[in-house]
Design a protein around this ligand. Structure first.
Ligand code: GCW
Length: 636
């Protein structure tokens, strides 16, 4: 089917975003692919390229301490001088100029800032073209064939580079038969995409199946079998022959039915080191996911706790991985809920290179039908507001992509801010989410009026907490419809094998994860967090039901009982969505019509869905507990 070109929204790089460059005399020295990209961008932005005395000068030869991607901005006599140690730094500095970055030295907090696509080549019968994708189809494949809209891929690469991303995994971590061939006879498709990303300093990675040798005729995939070792070495050599700057492999092994080393009685270290050995001669890395748990649990057995699984599997392997293995850990111990504590594994692998994975695609945070600005969540995890800090421990940051072939890239136009904010926070963990939103607004809506800025802050800054208020209470999680995960279903997962329970009964609710009387999960944390979480009196309210089974009458730190907190937050959260919708109507003249309408329509759905959540959660807990709302509001 031919691709029908729809006008694509420019996201944070509309022509107006280039005002700091347009019309200026710019001098660029240096050569190579990325310098040519910088020159092309400057030309397109309407800069005058000069040989001497530019108003803006980009050059190499900066302090080597700035490493491959850092740069220095000096402002002197009305001129802007940029020095980088390598061309990557020049590219990043260009985009920093659009944000009117002040003079100073800049370098990223972590070396790799990666976006992982869960794109399938074939349309999966249940998951579709993109697993957990809420932004249309894949940018790379459509119905089993390469989509080949390379200008669109280049535009995407440019957006990623402009927010600081430098690596992308193209395909889903659940690798089906067709996708296994991307590594072999369909490698040319990957090479074609890699060429577009390369121009923006982004390296391409592939998700691979641990059983790939079996798909290609070997009797097994035992990591200690010489034939398997040789197969991976040869397959990898062929990849680098075609894609010399290939980033490496991403692997979901022994997880939710994906194959892995356990089949052969081998460990995750054996498995990861096998691939690392094949990649090492070429400079590639393996991202080996720690999302390993028993998804066939007996709900009757309260001694098994899914939250414990990653730590239990991986901490004994600390120090056993080769240097080019990166263990990739989800930020929380469960699965991308709106509220979870930091995964304790992150604080327990001092001898292992770790990447922390967050989910920009809004599987459990409204599926890009609800507005939910995630930067405040990510920032608080990085800073360690309510648990061990991720910043300083994670060597890399990864986001599951929220993008697709939707004309707004992200389905909900305002969800673009999540991708932008991920890149910026991965580059600089200390940035304030409110400042990032301002930056994003300034780029996306050049010349935004104070009213538009104020409205975007009003509807976005607190939207994650609003979402949290009207959905699963106090950190308990997973009260969603099984399968697609949209909308409320309090008991949907309660008696299933997935390990995601809330244990509500007539007396109370929550999972006892204490050492004293529960699953012992709190003991996986370093002090002081182990003690803070262990104590119902000290545990932060937002995590109260994650760590404790509490009576409905238990008084939380904020002075309210658990049951009254549930009622109050659900009424408040739903009311906040109505207010968001009202605020949005006030700026209809200030944003492009299509964007205004798309957001307005989605806010209608958000208000409807939030009311549904409010009423189901409140009705469920009133019926279970028999405790009425102190304020006598309608509960059904
Ligand atoms: O949250 C679960 C999702 C799966 C996903 C899995 C994972 C790609 O529901 O769709 O599979 O996490 O992260 O591997």
């Amino acid at each position: 089917m031919p691709i029908v070109d729809e006008p694509v929204h420019p996201a944070w790089l509309p022509p107006g975003a280039w005002r700091p460059i347009t019309g200026r005399r710019v001098r660029v020295t240096g050569e190579g692919l990325l310098v040519r990209t910088v020159l092309a961008e400057l030309r397109a932005a309407g800069a005058t390229l000069v040989e001497t005395d530019g108003d803006v000068e980009f050059g190499l030869g900066g302090d080597p301490a700035l490493d491959g991607e850092g740069f220095e901005i000096v402002r002197r006599d009305g001129r802007t001088l940029i020095r980088a140690a390598a061309p990557h730094g020049l590219l990043h500095s260009l985009f920093h100029l659009l944000r009117e970055a002040p003079a100073g030295r800049y370098r990223p907090a972590v070396d790799r800032r990666m976006v992982d696509h869960w794109d399938n080549v074939d349309v999966h019968p249940v998951m579709g073209q993109v697993e957990r994708g809420y932004a249309g189809g894949s940018l790379f494949w459509r119905a089993g064939e390469p989509r080949r809209d390379l200008p669109r891929v280049a535009a995407y690469a440019r957006l990623l580079a402009a927010c600081g991303v430098n690596a992308v995994a193209l395909n889903n971590v659940n690798v089906h038969a067709t996708e296994t061939r991307l590594l072999t006879d369909r490698l040319a498709e990957v090479a074609e995409l890699a060429a577009e990303f390369r121009r923006y300093g982004i390296r391409v990675h592939l998700s691979v199946s641990f059983a790939a040798p079996v798909h290609h005729g070997l009797p097994g995939a035992d990591p200690l079998d010489d034939r398997v070792v040789a197969w991976w070495a040869e397959a990898t050599r062929a990849v680098y022959e075609m894609i010399p700057d290939f980033g490496g492999y991403l692997v979901k092994a022994d997880s939710e039915g994906q194959p892995g080393p356990f089949t052969y009685g081998r460990s995750h270290a054996d498995g990861a080191n096998l691939l690392a050995g094949a990649l090492a001669p070429h400079g590639g890395v393996v991202h080996w996911r720690a999302f390993v748990y028993n998804h066939r649990q007996d709900w009757r057995d309260r001694s098994v706790d899914r939250a414990r699984a990653a730590y239990d599997h991986f901490t004994p392997l600390d120090g056993a991985f080769r240097d080019n293995v990166v263990v990739q850990v989800k930020h929380g111990p469960m699965d991308f809920q709106a509220r979870e504590p930091v995964a304790p594994l992150i604080a327990a692998m001092p001898a292992t290179r770790l990447a922390v994975e967050v989910q920009a695609t809004q599987e459990y945070t409204g599926q890009q039908r609800h507005l939910c600005y995630l930067a405040p969540m990510w920032s608080s995890l990085l800073r360690g507001t309510d648990g061990p800090a991720i910043a300083g421990v994670a060597a890399e940051m990864v986001a599951v992509a929220n993008t697709g072939d939707d004309p707004f890239w992200t389905g909900h136009p305002l969800a673009q801010a999540n991708l932008y904010a991920f890149g910026r926070l991965a580059w600089d963990h200390t940035l304030d989410p409110v400042t990032i939103l301002d930056e994003w607004t300034g780029l996306t809506f050049p010349g935004a009026s104070p009213a538009l800025r104020a409205t975007l802050h009003a509807v976005m800054d607190g939207s994650w907490q609003t979402y949290e208020r009207y959905t699963a209470p106090l950190g308990v999680g997973f009260m969603v419809r099984p399968g697609h995960h949209y909308g409320p279903d309090v008991d949907g997962y309660e008696y299933t094998p997935w390990g995601t329970y809330h244990h509500a009964d007539r007396d109370g609710v929550g999972v006892d994860r204490t050492v004293a009387t529960g699953t012992g999960f709190t003991g996986q944390y370093p002090q002081p967090w182990a003690s803070i979480y262990e104590s119902a009196a000290d545990c932060p309210d937002e995590l109260a039901l994650f760590f404790h089974h509490l009576p409905y009458g238990h008084v939380l730190r904020d002075g309210r009982t658990v049951i009254q907190h549930i009622y109050d937050t659900h009424f408040a959260g739903a009311a906040e969505t109505a207010e968001m919708r009202r605020r949005w109507q006030t700026i209809s003249d200030e944003v492009p019509t299509e964007l205004f309408r798309r957001v307005a329509g989605l806010l209608n759905e958000q208000v409807r869905s939030a009311e549904e959540w409010r009423d189901q959660i409140n009705a469920y807990f009133l019926r279970k507990s028999g405790v009425p709302d102190e304020h006598g509001r309608p509960i059904y």
